[in-house]
Write a protein that binds this ligand. Structure first.
Ligand code: ZN
Ligand code: ZN
Length: 159
């Protein structure tokens, strides 16, 4: 028995559109051992399902709040993720019911950011001393996190 299911009755869809509005607890996303992202709210979803000759069309949205470390400065941040989706389900099987929970889950996971940032212009940590450059500057390199330039060597030779 699956804990999370969003079931639609095909016989009911034959008669009318179905509008669904619901939420699941954070376990729904099943992120497993993802240490980088945690789920901070329940998952909300809503959609409208309509039966067409060749399958069921589902249009809706889903949202959740997630948290994790800023990819640059490691500060803990939270952000909202939401997505609008259109699903087309043409493998209806033999049962009267279809379960679209997995489809909704996948759509929402696709909307997750590759990188969580505390802000788009986060300056990050100094790669040398680890100072949070959003808070203060450090003496390391005038905060140009530059790759060593070939000219550095020449400069040293000239000394
Ligand atoms: Zn940051
Ligand atoms: Zn530094």
């Amino acid at each position: 028995m699956k804990k999370y299911a969003v079931k639609l009755s095909l016989s009911r869809l034959e008669k009318e559109k179905i509008t669904v509005d619901g939420s699941f607890d954070e376990g729904f996303l099943d992120l497993g051992n993802d240490d980088f992202i945690s789920v901070k709210s329940s998952v909300n979803y809503n959609f409208e399902a309509e039966l067409h000759a060749s399958g069921v069309v589902i249009r809706g949205s889903a949202s959740v709040r997630i948290g994790g470390e800023c990819g640059r400065c490691l500060k803990e941040v939270e952000q909202d993720v939401s997505t609008d989706y259109t699903l087309f389900i043409d493998e209806l099987g033999n049962s009267d019911e279809i379960d679209v929970s997995e489809d909704i889950r996948e759509e929402l996971l696709l909307a997750f950011p590759a990188n969580i940032l505390c802000s788009d212009d986060c300056k990050g940590l100094c790669p040398v001393c680890g100072t949070d450059l959003n808070k203060k500057n450090c003496p390391c390199s005038n905060n140009a996190p530059a790759a060593p330039s070939p000219w550095d060597k020449l400069d040293e030779l000239g000394k």
